[in-house]
Structures are given as structure tokens and as C-alpha cells.
Design a protein around this ligand. Structure first.
Ligand code: ZN
Length: 181
């Protein structure tokens, strides 16, 4: 039996609105790190996460001109937009394509393509969390919950069309076609 998808089930179409390039050492959010082999000493990675998030926020603001919400009696001190509407692309579905370039360990072959599949490269969903959280902090979107499509990948420098030549990330932002008023 052939099933034909009705029109309402066509995939969403997206308008590219920004490409944000961030340099720095990518760090995951919600990550558990291990200190010492087999020791299981847990700690958060604040030391790396803070500067990485700051780098994403700064790059996002530089690229898009957005700013963070600073409360002033329920509206933004900078632009006087109320909190529920605040964000360059607020209240609209958003698609994010994230490519994280992580440092290639010295032990890996230089001329051969390899993939970041060890714990040191951080879980992909933790990279995504750090990215989406920073995007809402930057003020380009209002909240992470706006993101209805997410593509995340991690690669080594120069080993993918979207890879940078050094550690960092490329974040492609899209809004749903026809949704922006
Ligand atoms: Zn504002």
C-alpha cells in the first residue's frame, strides 16, 4: 500500500538569517568530567564552559546586533521591549545547524580523516545545550524552546565542509519561512 503524505505533512522550509562563527575551545554543558583514570572524580567544567559561552554570546551579538535582556520593571532597559517579546527572533520557530570543531589529539594521524568519538570531544547533546543556551542569553532568540529543528555535528579542524581550521563553532540560524511578521 502506498501512503501519500498530505500537504500539511510537508517538511518545514527555513530562511537562513545568520551564520555565526565562534573561535575558542568548545565545552559542553551538563557535562560530567573525569579527573584521573578510573577515579570517577566528578566536577563541572566551569573553567572551560564560562569562556566558551561568553565567546558564543559575543559572536552572536557582533554578527546579528542583538542584545541581552536587562530587566527594568518588566521591560528591557535597552530597547523597552517587554520580556515575553524580547529577542531578535522571538516567538517564531527556529532551526539551528551547529558544527563544533574540536581540537584533534596529537596522537591522531595528521593526514587521515578521523572523527571525534572519544570522551575528550564531549557528547554532542552537551555541545548543543551550551550553544542553544548561549543563543538565548545573547538575545537572538527568546528561549531555547523556540528551536524546533536542530542539527548538531562535531568534527576535527578542516575535516568537514563546515569545519573551522581551529577549534570553535559555526552556528547557522534559520527562521520558519513565512513565520516572521
Ligand atoms: Zn532589549
Amino acid at each position: 500500500m502506498t501512503v501519500t503524505a498530505p500537504d500539511s505533512m510537508l517538511p518545514d522550509t527555513w530562511d537562513p538569517v545568520a551564520v555565526i562563527t565562534v573561535y575558542g575551545t568548545p565545552a559542553g554543558q551538563g557535562q560530567v568530567s573525569f579527573n584521573g583514570r578510573g577515579r570517577g572524580a566528578r566536577h563541572t567544567n566551569e573553567k572551560w564552559l564560562k569562556p566558551w559561552r561568553a565567546a558564543i554570546i559575543q559572536a552572536t551579538r557582533d554578527r546579528t546586533g542583538c542584545h541581552g535582556y536587562t530587566d527594568w520593571d518588566g521591560i528591557c532597559l535597552t530597547c523597552r521591549v517587554p520580556k515575553p517579546q524580547h529577542g531578535l527572533y522571538a516567538n517564531t520557530p527556529v532551526r539551528v545547524e551547529l558544527t563544533v570543531t574540536v581540537d584533534k589529539p596529537k596522537s591522531n594521524p595528521k593526514r587521515k580523516r578521523t572523527w571525534p568519538i572519544t570522551q575528550s570531544s564531549t557528547d554532542i547533546d552537551h555541545h548543543a545545550r551550551a550553544c542553544l543556551d548561549s543563543l538565548s542569553k545573547a538575545g537572538v532568540i527568546k528561549d531555547d524552546s523556540q528551536v524546533t529543528e536542530l542539527l548538531a555535528r562535531k568534527v576535527y579542524p578542516g575535516e568537514h565542509p563546515e569545519a573551522l581550521d581551529q577549534p570553535g563553532a559555526v552556528i547557522r540560524l534559520y527562521t520558519l519561512t513565512g513565520a516572521l511578521s
